[in-house]
Ligand binder design. Sequence first.
Ligand code: HEC
Ligand code: HEC
Length: 351
Amino acid sequence: MPFMKVLFFSALLANVILVVACHDLSVQEQPPTPTPFEYQAPDGFPPFFDPDNNPTTKEGIALGRKLFYDPILSGNNTIACADCHRQENAFTDPRQFSVGIDGIAGRRNSMSLVNIAWQHRLFWDGRAHGLEEQALFPIKDPIEMHENLSNAVAELQAIPEYTELFWLAFGTRQIDSTLLAKALAQFERTFISFNSRYDRWKLGLDSLNKSELIGMQLFMDSEKGGCAKCHSFGALFSDFLFRNNGKDSIVTDLGRFAISGLPQDIGAFKTPSMRNVEFTAPYMLDGRFATLEEVLEFYNTGFKLGPNTDPFMFTLEKGRLSEKDKADIISFLKTLSEPEILTNPAFSKPQ
Ligand code: HEC
Ligand code: HEC
């Protein structure tokens, strides 16, 4: 064979070897493609929301679920997210104040995480923007999980099962706190409740009784319940704005004011959704009311009017609700319950 030809063929051979070698490598290292999470919102409900930089996938949810139930994220590996956000209570805490790893109680009651995908300002005072940002707060919080992030990440990195789950969800075995937060956020976004009796009634698939229907009217009537003024009627039953609903004459928790510095935000907290409220006792940011009856009596006679109270509270007449009115409003609130949330195996502790 002439010299040029030999050169040509050996170059060709080298190329083939190179291509084969690369091909082998790429077969091994090609990141798996995660399966998108499919959720079809019923008619009239907001479409599923997730940010472009953290699309929800089956693999991300599976990882987030494991993390949500794993005490490894706390300083002494004793407390998981799920200890203060319990599925059987619609992902809230039945204790008035959630207790952290050192046995110290915080000063606020944990709220439900249901339909959290549609909320963008998180915590009672809205200090965290988005679930990805929020997820790292409780881990670092000295009263809650009291862990430093690099420690948590190092512990996870040492567990092959976790590195594999990160690989499947995010295409990397190099764990970091951003991915950790993304996985938790993906799992939390799947806690969706749009299938209560009220929803089925709206779609003509179920009926509501007289007390429930009267309760709904009272809830909306701005001279009676007045509730819908803040817990607005619609898919989410709140506009999630920050308000002072008149709990105290002297404010002990500054609430939104600590973030915004605006005087109208003194003692103002995020208006919560009314969905599944039957399961989320105790009530208010400080869990001061044990029952819905107590909450209704507060809105009937107990509220206090001060310089920072929401202006709408001034329009409500004290004692305007009869015993029957209050009971009807509570009957209506219970039509917003979706008990399946409490037992749905997709949300439970993974085996
Ligand atoms: C020790 C109890 C405790 C633990 C552990 C805990 N939380 Fe919370 N969580 C709370 C409390 C209390 C609040 C409300 C605090 C506030 O508003 O200042 C809260 C608020 C939240 C919110 C905001 C919800 C909203 O409607 O604004 C989200 C989301 C959340 N937690 C997710 C998590 C995740 C994820 C973890 C685990 C990484 C976790 N929590 C661990 C007690 C806890
Ligand atoms: C002026 C606005 C406003 C009106 C009117 C109003 N609420 Fe509220 N509601 C809020 C805010 C803000 C919170 C959270 C405040 C807090 O926790 O301190 C809240 C909290 C609640 C809670 C506690 C939920 C939880 O998860 O802890 C319930 C239950 C509730 N309201 C029911 C009602 C009912 C029923 C009515 C009508 C009788 C009503 N609200 C009228 C603003 C309002």
